[in-house]
Design a protein around this ligand. Sequence first.
Ligand SMILES: Cc1ncc(COP(=O)(O)O)c(C=O)c1O
Length: 435
Amino acid sequence: MSTFRDDGAAALEWVASYLERVREYPVLSQVEPGEIRAALPASPPEEPEPFAAVLHDLDAVLMPGMTHSQNPRWFAYFSITGSEPGILAELLIAGLNQLGILWRTSPALQELEEVTLDWLAQLLGLPEGLHGHIEDTASTSTLVALAAARSARPDRRTVVCSEHAHSSVDKAAKLLELELRKMPVDGAFRLRPELLHLDGACAVVATIGTTASASVDPVPEVADRCEAEGVWLHIDAAYAGAAAVCPELRAHFAGWERADSVVVNPHKWLGVPLDCSTLWTRRPDALRETFSLVPEYLRVGPEVASLSEYTEVLGRRFRALKLWAVLRCYGRLGLQERIREHVRLAALFEGWVRDEPGWEVVAPRHFSLVCFRREGSDEDNERLLERVDASGEVFLSHARLGDRYALRLAIGNFRTTEDDVRLAWDVLRREASRL
Ligand SMILES: Cc1ncc(COP(=O)(O)O)c(C=O)c1O
């Protein structure tokens, strides 16, 4: 009979060797729909099985159905990293299994969450004194912020954002039964403040680092308008927020200190394994008024307010532990080093595209995302992307910018090297020549 220690050692060995070999797997899973399901038993086992059987089937059955976000050649959507300290912290989180429903059910969970959010705010140059908590995803963070904005101005029922805001804003508006007013963007895919129409608006969502092109909305001008008209300003910096750790990139974040709420996803570009989205607000009372509902069985007298009073979920995982582990094991300098390297690699790739006849950069680059295309039709570029991704060597994605189809190369994995980016460029040119 194996023990927890034996199984644990085997699982850790599995992860360590997976990370060593991760470049060898096709980045994009090559299976057909239903293939993994068909390889799994239709019913659960009657008798207990050893943990080794789980590890065995992970290799034998599930691995072909993995698209490997840990592969440094993943350049699609936004590239992410489950870093080693974050992975180990996840083990501790599961081992401790803290039940974060009230301060008293885990004072360490709540107080570490408050402290790590304060640390991260300092690293990103956000103002002092913000109230922060962790959500699962930016979609939830934005939903929570917009719910508070709606409660703060119940007479107004409209959310305003640019046409390039993330679809999580559309979803939040739909769930909250708010009208969504999408504003046109300028030639650099930024919200146009001179067109901002705030009649009936309870909130504006401005994005620093949009999903399609990582464009940056003009936050100072938007903040002026929001302040003048009493409208909640929510900043979506889910991807790019991490870049504020580098002082030389801070100019892109001008004005975000004036926001009522800000979301950044440390699970995107800060090495924290999924899921970890950080939401700060300078109006915690509005969140508490919106969400606080303490039923009798959770009533405990004048203890500290628990984090569940600031969001729509009751229980929370000990996510702060993995954020804490990453912030400690990399430190400010380690995080800056990685972000700078990704921005350098993106600039290098952008230069290769610019210098190559027949290729074109199609959006200004501010961070580590390059939007580009090959000469020819949208359909040609679509076919090129299909071929590149089907190769399994690298994985890129696309966006529509105005009326044009664009290829996107997003760098953000901590293990990505210049050779990986060079390979992406080689594969792109090779497949383009075969079209
Ligand atoms: C700018 C932006 N906001 C929000 C989101 C949604 O993130 P999540 O998956 O954490 O909900 C994304 C996802 O890529 C994004 O790019």
